[in-house]
Design a protein around this ligand. Structure first.
Ligand code: ZN
Length: 77
């Protein structure tokens, strides 16, 4: 969806994303170190299919790098 612009559920090309919007306007995913009290969430880039309503969210490259170790150490694979 992100790379192809095609909805993986219905095949529609009517896919839009909010990468052009300020971070504060986008969805937030909390990826926090359980040992840290403070820390903000990651602002995601969302892709939405206007035909079927399917949504995909992505971390930005910057947040992916920043959160990589926390995710590896605290999430399940
Ligand atoms: Zn769709």
């Amino acid at each position: 969806m992100k790379k192809t612009g095609v909805c993986p559920k219905c095949g529609s090309l009517d896919v839009y994303n909010n990468s052009n919007q300020r971070a504060e306007l986008r969805r937030v995913l909390q990826i926090k170190n359980p040992k840290a009290i403070f820390g903000r969430g990651s602002f995601l880039v969302s892709y939405i299919c206007l035909n079927c309503g399917y949504v995909e969210d992505y971390l930005t490259e910057k947040d992916l790098e920043k959160r990589r170790d926390i995710i590896k150490n605290t999430w399940t694979k």
